[in-house]
Design a protein around this ligand. Structure first.
Ligand code: E4P
Length: 217
């Protein structure tokens, strides 16, 4: 499973990219607002930090304007994935932009039928939102399971990019049910490495090693 980070905070992205574990980045207008800088400046900086896909979202709502915005965003760097909302206009724009060889991430997916339509429109990625479904007492992970079955039934190459992830458990479940990518907030991503028994065990090993009086180098 690939790991994307869901943020427009370049300090976090730099730190995570240095681990070699980061495969891409997703942003959205709310994350750009949080960054508090011009979108094109932030996205260009992110694209230089990460080799993988960097999702940048259009804000137009009709297909023609989405296509124009998508083309403009794609000029920022070769690794831009144009993010389009899951509407009929979004799907129409998806078909055109992927036809031009561009990467498209269809976002705000909340049902398996929406994901089916996005795959038929040639989306590179589909972004089902787990946490926001959990928020309304619907099991977000069920949606990932359903999309996996549907895409495998028909051999769709659209990658399932599990989004709106809120916890380490979400990440584990995504891996178990076969999401292709998980886009994870920085704090959750950094937290995946932690286990109290790892800390305790390391502390003990280091203390015992010090008692041997030896050194490796
Ligand atoms: C995905 O691309 C979105 O940016 C993101 O995962 C939304 O997450 P949220 O529901 O926590 O805002």
């Amino acid at each position: 499973m690939k790991f994307f980070v869901d943020t427009a905070d370049t300090a976090d992205i730099k730190e995570l990219a240095a681990t070699g574990l980061l495969d891409g980045v997703t942003t959205n207008p709310s994350l750009i607002l949080k960054a508090g800088r011009p979108m094109t400046e932030v996205i260009a900086e992110i694209c230089a930090l990460v080799d993988g896909p960097v999702s940048a979202e259009v804000t137009a709502t009709d297909a023609e304007a989405m296509i124009a915005e998508g083309r403009k965003l794609a000029e920022i760097a070769d690794n831009i994935a144009i993010k389009l909302p899951l509407t009929l206009d979004g799907l129409k724009a998806c078909r055109v932009l992927t036809g031009e060889g561009r990467m498209v991430n269809v976002t705000l997916c909340f049902s398996a039928n929406q994901a089916l339509l996005a795959a038929k429109a040639g989306a590179t990625f589909i972004s089902p939102f787990i946490g926001r479904l959990d928020d309304i007492n619907t099991d977000g992970m069920d949606l990932i399971r359903e999309i996996r079955v549907i895409y495998d039934n028909y051999g769709f190459e659209t990658e399932i990019l599990a989004a709106s992830i809120r916890s380490a458990n979400h990440v584990k479940e995504c891996a178990l049910v076969g999401a292709d990518v998980a886009t994870v907030p920085p704090a959750v991503l950094k937290g995946l490495v932690k286990h109290p028994l790892t800390d305790k065990g390391l502390e003990q090993f280091l203390a015992d090693w010090a008692k041997t009086g030896q050194s490796i180098l």
